[in-house]
Design a protein around this ligand. Structure first.
Ligand code: ADP
Ligand code: ZN
Length: 736
């Protein structure tokens, strides 16, 4: 498998969950794969397609994107094709003939075509070895892209019960997942779910004040990069595109009000790097395959966190750093509320309001954006401070403290005024304000008047925001400025539960610093390679990323490969691409090397932290249990038929999560202490600088990344254990 991975795709290792999923389907078992955009789902059917002898049928809802997907495979030397309504009759016939002769490994079709009786009969005559259903959430009415045609896909398992089927999606609540499994009739599927964290995306929220100017500054920092700017309305998208053009940017609009031709043309210009910026409504983007989107801006407030996650998810699919910027103003909230009020049924309105509340809470929150965003998917993010969100960067520390007393003050004050006021007024009461409004209402007579003077108004606002985020209170649905008590809040008043919240960080002010990582080590070489890529792509009329990804070019610009074997070591360079494009790229690189004789190869930029996406918990536990039974990592790898690095990744997860007892067998205690000291002097976030520090300090020793991961996981486990002790120590110091 690893050989085929390198040979065809040019990658030297699997991403989390890929290996086990591929093994499953190759062995003939059904699979369900839940993985965020950019996680690498496609490989989970494309590699099996290469390995199996026969045809893999891929069901994909987006006719417009099939060509790009097929072009990408052909560029890798994998014979693939698609059938859809865009083809001329003669072309279709030609492809059908070749299919019958078994000349393709993959066939892409839309669901409505697949289920036609004639087509089913045709498939019967082909040697179909695997079905792959992309965007499988379209099958569920609970998903956000329900498509009736998907329902009919239930025919597949009935007609071909022995052919394995893999269903993939990047969005699934439990409900949607259940729909997928039952509707498709999967039999005892292997289930794999990746973390929803996208480590290479940086999240920032900015107040919507003078935001056009701020957007221009942001775009200047991203000069030459591709990006999407989402707007609330069609008009908004048009106007912004025009305004940006006036400012000298290449921008085009995209929304459902444009005719189809214009839409396709604009999308294509964007895909092919002919225009950098698309100003779009949410009509844009589903399934878009462009891997080098470097930023996604939300110029207006999205209506739900689910949508926000999907839209920002279109950035950075290549694993390189990308920026997500959201402008938030209360005016936008009002706009959305008006929109919601027009919905036909009360049930829809209630649902929409709840979603909006969560979106607003996210925008206002001052905790790590990853904690907030992943929390929406019921995922607990452990890596705070994450190092790539405005709140973590501004506040640095993300510790929690016990705010039970403050919460009780706030909630009981809310009750004293019959839950008829907003946070601002409650805070005035708590702080003993002497404003007219307080006296008019005679709220200066309340027992809670002035009991909260020891916190500033800003601190109280923060506490209120946290109480809302944690669902102790919520805004009233009809009067948005009025706060209501939730059942959890009632428990706090009764003294049944404790409340712990994040420290109020200082007001976020600075924008996050420009990522140095975006610049290639040899920027001018990188630019030359980009130019070459663009010329080749234009010549073959395919999008540039079909030729090579940005990541591949960046690695070339840093490693400076001078011959084919060196070129093959670059991520994304397989045999076919090396053969097809190698000479041209090597010529440019060699020439550059000649002109710059002092050039030193530099360690390539790694996929930032991608390898550390967790979520493989179930399978990690299996590995960890086998270790407990006395096996060594190597033995586990052999037993489970996994690579050693997968087993090591499992163990790193497990140590942080209930298997800390394995530690002495993985890293001896003195060594652990030594590595921990290195982490403490450099920081826990990124492994590479720690490794460099160690190598420098102990040149006679050898260190492995795996052991660094174990030590870090062990540290996380320890922190979890000490959590409570720490919190109470902190709370006394805060409240005093
Ligand atoms: P998804 O379909 O889950 O959104 P893709 O399948 O498009 O994601 O993969 C995202 C990117 O990651 C692609 O550029 C793909 O080539 C790359 N990729 C996938 N698997 C690997 C791997 N094992 N190593 C390196 N890059 C990979
Ligand atoms: Zn963060």
């Amino acid at each position: 498998m690893l050989e085929a991975l390198k040979k065809y795709f040019g990658y030297s290792e699997f991403r989390p969950l890929q290996e086990e999923t591929i093994k499953t389907v190759v062995a003939g078992r059904d699979a369900f794969l839940l993985m965020p955009t950019g996680g690498g789902k496609s490989l989970c059917y494309q590699l099996p397609a290469v390995l199996l002898d026969g045809l893999t049928v891929v069901v994909s809802p987006l006719i417009a994107l099939m060509k790009d997907q097929v072009d990408q495979l052909n560029a890798l030397g994998i014979p693939a094709t698609f059938l859809n309504s865009s083809l001329e009759a003669s072309e279709t016939e030609d492809r059908v003939r070749k299919l019958k002769r078994g000349e393709y490994k993959l066939l892409y079709v839309a669901p409505e075509r697949l289920v036609m009786t004639g087509f089913l009969g045709f498939l019967d005559r082909l040697n179909v070895r695997l079905f792959a259903i992309d965007e499988a959430h379209c099958i569920s009415e609970w998903g956000h892209d329900f498509r009736a045609e998907y329902r009919q896909l239930s025919i597949i398992k009935k007609r071909w019960p022995k052919v394995p089927l893999i269903a993939m999606t990047a969005t699934a609540t439990k409900r949607v997942e259940k729909d997928i499994l039952t509707e498709l009739g999967l039999r005892d599927p292997h289930r794999a779910q990746a973390s929803f964290n996208r480590p290479n995306l940086a999240y920032t929220v900015r107040p919507k004040v003078k935001h056009f100017k701020e957007l221009l500054d942001f775009l200047k920092q991203h000069k030459g990069d591709s990006g999407i700017i989402y707007c609330f309305s069609r008009n908004g998208a048009e106007e912004l595109a025009t305004a940006l053009k006036t400012e000298g940017f290449r921008a085009l609009p995209y929304h459902a009000g444009l005719d189809q031709q214009t839409r396709i043309r604009n999308q294509e210009k964007f895909s092919r790097d002919k225009v950098e910026i698309i100003c779009a409504t949410i009509a844009f983007g589903m399934g878009i395959n462009k891997s080098n989107v470097r930023f996604v801006v939300h110029y207006d407030l999205p209506k739900s966190l689910a949508g926000y996650y999907q839209e920002t998810g279109r950035a950075g699919r290549d694993g390189l750093p990308a920026d997500c910027l959201l402008f938030f103003g209360l005016g936008d909230q009002t706009k959305q509320i008006i929109f919601i009020e027009e919905k036909p049924t009360e049930a829809e309105r209630v649902h929409a309001r709840e979603e909006l509340d969560r979106m607003v809470a996210y925008a206002q929150s001052r905790i790590c954006r990853r904690v907030a965003l992943l929390g929406y998917f019921h995922e607990v993010f452990e890596g705070v401070p994450c190092g790539a969100c405005d709140n973590c960067l501004v506040s640095g520390s993300q510790d929690m403290f016990d705010a039970t007393r403050e919460a009780q003050m706030f909630l009981s004050c809310m009750m004293r005024v019959q839950q008829s006021f907003g946070a601002g007024h409650i805070i005035e009461i708590l702080r003993g304000s002497e404003s007219e409004k307080i006296f008019n209402w005679r709220h200066n007579k309340l027992s809670t008047y002035g009991i909260g003077k020891s916190h500033s108004a800003d601190e109280w606002k923060w506490i209120a925001a946290e109480l809302q985020r944690l669902e102790y209170i919520r805004p009233d649905h009809n009067h948005h400025s009025v706060l209501r008590l939730m059942p959890k809040g009632a428990d706090v008043l009764k003294g049944k539960t404790k409340v712990s919240i994040y420290y109020s960080p200082k007001r976020p002010k600075a924008q996050r610093e420009k990522e140095g990582a975006l610049a290639a080590p040899n920027e001018s070489l990188f630019q030359e390679l980009r130019e070459l890529r663009k010329r080749i792509a234009e010549h073959q009329s395919v999008p540039p990323y079909v030729v090579f990804s940005d990541l591949s070019l960046k690695q070339m610009a840093s490693i400076i490969p001078l011959d084919v074997p060196a070129l093959l070591k670059i991520s994304g360079v397989g045999e076919t691409k090396a053969e097809r494009y190698g000479t041209e790229f090597l010529t440019v690189i060699r020439q550059y090397a000649n002109e710059n004789p002092n050039l030193e190869p530099i360690e390539p930029p790694k996929m930032p932290m991608i390898a550390e996406m967790d979520g493989a918990t179930e399978t990690a536990r299996v590995t960890a249990k086998m270790m407990r039974d006395g096996l060594t990592p190597k033995q586990v790898a052999k037993e489970r038929d996994l690579t050693l690095s997968t087993v090591e990744a499992h163990l790193a997860l497990a140590v942080a999560d209930g298997f800390a007892d394995l530690m002495p067998r993985l890293v001896s205690e003195p060594r652990r202490a030594l590595l921990q000291a290195a982490f403490e002097s450099i920081g826990w976030e990124v492994l590479k600088p720690v490794m460099e520090h160690l190598v420098e300090k102990y040149p006679e020793n050898k260190f492995e990344y795996a052991e660094l991961r174990y030590v870090r996981s062990y540290h996380i486990a320890e922190q979890k254990q000490n959590g409570e002790v720490d919190l109470s120590a902190k709370s006394s110091h805060v409240t005093s």
